[in-house]
Design a protein around this ligand. Structure first.
Ligand SMILES: [Zn+2]
Ligand SMILES: [Zn+2]
Length: 206
């Protein structure tokens, strides 16, 4: 029997929610944003995902692909939840994957240069639908070397040269850094990346 596709979300009035999450729920404009709470396997805790309502309801797709980028504040681990959301805001198939953030990164320039020189980074060229051109994705070798999967998903968050809103692409890389599959999320939710926007989170929709 296939596993159920729907992921149970945690009710907003659940007793197991932390005061921190409850405070965040209060700050969300629920006319525009649907707060959904699910367990992130990588943070090993409940995370609050503010899903923008309009782009989901207006989408012609039955299920909209969402990227939710966030950070585990305990160990500074930035990562991304990939999932689909249907028009009833059911969450389908959430998965935590690595994220590479580009263009405006918090990394200092010297650190970037060092990483390139030490060949800790391998560039993968893909065609980005939204940029409408080939882009170089700087993939840390460690992600692929440490992976036990035949195809390792990596999210790449970037802007195009015109400086539009950031968007993301998901690459599925094999052991030789070849891109075996590419997916373009419809919605990118960036959480706690204030260097891009002063807002606490932003949405990018296709
Ligand atoms: Zn997480
Ligand atoms: Zn792009």
């Amino acid at each position: 029997m296939p596993p159920p596709r729907k992921t149970p979300t945690i009710p907003l009035d659940s007793k197991e929610l932390s005061p921190d999450i409850l405070k965040k729920i209060q700050k969300i404009d629920t006319e525009k944003v649907k707060p959904v709470i699910i367990q992130c396997e990588r943070c090993n805790k409940n995370v609050l995902i503010p899903i923008p309502i309009q782009p989901v309801l207006e989408s012609e797709k039955r299920e909209v692909l969402v990227n939710y980028v966030h950070k585990n504040t305990k160990n500074n681990d930035k990562h991304c939840l990939v999932f689909e959301v249907d028009h009833d805001f059911n969450i389908l198939l959430p998965k935590a994957i690595d994220v590479v953030i580009s263009t405006v990164s918090t990394q200092k320039k010297e650190e970037n240069d060092k990483a390139h020189k030490s060949s800790a980074i391998r560039h993968v060229i893909i065609k980005c639908d939204k940029c409408e051109e080939n882009i170089h994705v700087p993939v840390p070798r460690k992600i692929i070397e440490d992976s036990k999967l035949p195809k390792t998903p990596v999210t790449y968050v970037h802007k195009n040269k015109k400086g539009d809103d950031p968007h993301s692409v998901i690459l599925y890389l094999d052991n030789n850094f070849h891109d075996r599959d590419t997916r373009f999320p419809d919605i990118l939710i960036l959480y706690l990346f204030p260097y891009w926007l002063k807002k606490k989170f932003c949405f990018t929709c296709s």
